[in-house]
Design a protein around this ligand. Structure first.
Ligand SMILES: O=P(O)(O)OC[C@H]1O[C@H](OP(=O)(O)OP(=O)(O)O)[C@H](O)[C@@H]1O
Ligand SMILES: O=c1cc[nH]c(=O)[nH]1
Ligand SMILES: [Mg+2]
Length: 202
């Protein structure tokens, strides 16, 4: 994972390689993130005997990539949890004010009892993730696990201040970086994840 993150950070890594590495990293992180996924015992008839197996509990886990950059993590996640459902949140931070704009949402109205996995490669100030988690709990989500590639300590502190007392919020990371710079970019980070995946937005 450390090697893959190092290549992601390199400013000379082109988009196709960046997308491929993001995908590979997510599958590794998803293994860790789903450690506590709710399961039930099921009866399985093998050709030889009846045995007890495992299946996902109902309701089915929901995966929520935060557009744009989180979309680059979706396939790597659903590869590991193919039966998960997927909902979408479109959020962007205003690069000057750092305010979060939610410009799209397409996910079930009622998330009662759902285990949700949020995908977003960057946890910088934490504004986006705090807002996304609040949105999901407001709809009744039981448990939210965030999967990020890189985080800044400032973002983790904000997440802890907002949801630290809640045992139903979890965070899985590939790297905890040093700090934010004056433009609220993660240092050393990898730049703007959305732009590196898909090109400059505007
Ligand atoms: O922790 P924060 O300070 O809120 O910053 C993190 C957010 O910034 C990036 O999205 P961006 O707003 O660049 O949108 P994009 O994915 O469309 O590029 C990133 O993908 C996170 O969603
Ligand atoms: O370093 C950062 C901070 C926010 N969003 C990004 O894509 N990168
Ligand atoms: Mg961006």
């Amino acid at each position: 994972m450390a090697h893959k993150v190092s290549v992601l950070r390199d400013k000379n890594t082109p988009s196709p390689v960046f997308r491929q590495l993001t995908d590979e990293l997510v599958t590794l992180l998803a293994y860790e993130a789903t450690r506590e996924v709710k399961t039930v015992e099921v009866e399985v008839q093998t050709p030889v005997a009846t045995t007890t197996g495992t299946a996902f509990a109902k309701p089915t886990p929901l995966v929520v990539p935060i557009l744009r950059a989180g979309l680059g993590m979706l396939e790597g996640m659903t590869r590991l949890v193919p039966t998960a459902e997927v909902g979408f949140l479109g959020m962007a931070r205003n690069e000057e004010t750092l305010d979060i704009i939610t410009y799209a949402e397409r996910l079930p109205q009622d998330l009662t009892g759902r285990q949700v996995f949020v995908l977003d490669p960057m946890l910088a100030t934490g504004g986006t993730l705090v807002e996304a988690i609040k949105f999901l709990f407001d709809r009744g989500a039981a448990d939210v696990t965030c999967i990020c590639l890189i985080a800044a300590p400032e973002g983790i502190a904000k997440l802890e201040a907002a949801h630290g007392g809640n045992d139903n919020v979890h965070l899985v990371l590939a790297s905890l970086d040093e700090k934010l710079n004056e433009k609220a970019y993660i240092v050393p980070g990898l730049g703007d994840a959305g732009d590196r995946l898909y090109g400059v937005a505007h």
